[in-house]
Structures are given as C-alpha cells and as structure tokens.
Design a protein around this ligand. Structure first.
Ligand SMILES: [Fe+2]
Length: 240
C-alpha cells in the first residue's frame, strides 16, 4: 500500500504543565483535514493523558471504549490475547485496516485522541484517510445510505447503513460489520475498493505527540508490527 507522509509542521504546542483552562487549541486543521497533530514535551503517560484530556474535554464528553474505560493505554497484542470482537482479535500484530472507531455503537464517537507514550522499536506508522476525499459518486452515496448491513456486537447486534442519512458519519470496521444481503455486500465493497485504491497519510508518532482525529470523517489504521516493540499509545474517545 502506498502512503503519504503527514506534513511535518505541528499545529499546536502545548505545555503539559499548563492549567486545563488555559489551553487554547486552534482546531482549524482539524476541520480542514479531519485530523490534527499536536506536539508536547510530555514524556510520561500521566502528563500525556493530562494534555489529551484537556484537548478532548474542550470538544465533548468522554466515551467508553471496548474495555469500558474512559481512558486506555493500547499496545499491539497477538490475536489470541485480544477482546473477542476487537480488530486485534482478527488482525493481531498484522496490518490494522482503516476503520472508524466504535463502529459497533449506534453512533460512533466523534473524536479519537491518540497520545504517544512510547513509539516502540521499530515504530509503527499510523495511517489516516478522510472518507470525503474518496470520491463517492451520487449512486455510491445512495447505496451507502440505504443498503442495510449488520453491526455484529453479539446480543446487541443491530442493522444500520454505512453512511448516516445526513452523511454525518461513516461506519466502517471489518471487525464488526457484515453484509446480510447482496446490497450490503456491494456497499461494503464500494468502501473497501476505494480505500484499497486510496493513498493514506502516514505518520509515525514520536513520544509526546498527540493525534486528534475527527472519527466521523477520518478512518485510521496501523501498519504491521511485532510483539514486544514497546509501542504504547494512550487513547481517549470523545462524543461530540
Ligand atoms: Fe482504532
């Protein structure tokens, strides 16, 4: 898969010691591109998550992830050690496909914050792509807003469409989305094919960097990794 490098410029520099109320983040890049990169001088999990919380709390309420926590530290895990319906259970240490976080909820969370505690050795690139740049045709948009798909969450599984009626968010996650008929199969294939042809932006986070992703417009994924690289990212999810 080809990739584009994220621009090296940073869009905001935050001091981990500043008071939450004094953080003035400019989110122009977030609304323009669908994500924003912050550099901080934070070097430990506590400081990094503190800055992430300050950024996230300005945007909305915290959402709980699969582990039922409002703040998590994630690291690559082998398939056998992962939550049954997580992407890790399916893809383990291999390449993580581009996906929308919390696609298994009726409405995916609005923002994802990833903070780099340890990039690992070797580091693993995070991949990003804004679905509005995939160039869906009018017919394809119709298919994505009308074809039913199954969101498999076990006992609370439900039917939905890939694109919300008002085109506010895309739902896409190979870990929990299944076709139940030919139309759904075609809708999933439309997104999969365009993603396969698209060139994602790629960035290897360094310690202290924080990536703010608008999860309604930007899919994220990860390159292949290995066990015990030491990679650790803090993750906070926000309902806008
Ligand atoms: Fe994710």
């Amino acid at each position: 898969m080809g990739t584009k490098k994220l621009p090296l410029q940073t869009y905001g520099v935050l001091d981990p010691r500043v008071e939450r109320t004094t953080i003035e983040a400019d989110h122009t890049e977030l609304s323009k591109r669908g994500w924003q990169l912050f550099t901080t001088e934070a070097s430990n999990a506590e400081d990094i998550t503190s800055v992430m919380g300050a950024i996230g709390d300005r945007l909305g309420a915290r959402a709980v992830g699969r582990a039922r926590a409002i703040q998590e530290v994630i690291q690559p895990v082998a398939a056998g050690q992962a939550h049954a319906r997580s992407l890790s259970a399916k893809f383990g240490l291999g390449e993580f496909p581009l996906h929308v976080e919390l696609s298994h909820r009726p409405r995916p969370c609005r923002y994802v914050l990833l903070g780099c505690i340890d990039p690992g050795v070797p580091s693993t690139a995070t991949r990003l792509i804004n679905w509005r740049e995939l160039g869906f045709s009018a017919e394809e948009r119709d298919a994505l807003t009308s074809a039913p798909i199954l969101v498999n969450t076990g006992r609370r599984s439900f039917y939905a469409t890939l694109l919300s009626q008002e085109h506010g968010f895309l739902r896409f996650d190979p870990g929990c989305i299944e076709a139940v008929d030919k139309r759904g199969q075609e809708a999933i294939q439309i997104v999969a094919d365009l993603l396969a042809c698209a060139i994602p932006h790629e960035h290897s986070l360094i310690q202290g960097e924080i990536l703010l992703i608008d999860n309604w417009v930007t899919l994220h994924g990860r390159g292949p990794t290995a066990a015990n690289t030491g990679r650790q990212l803090a993750r906070i999810l926000i309902d806008g």
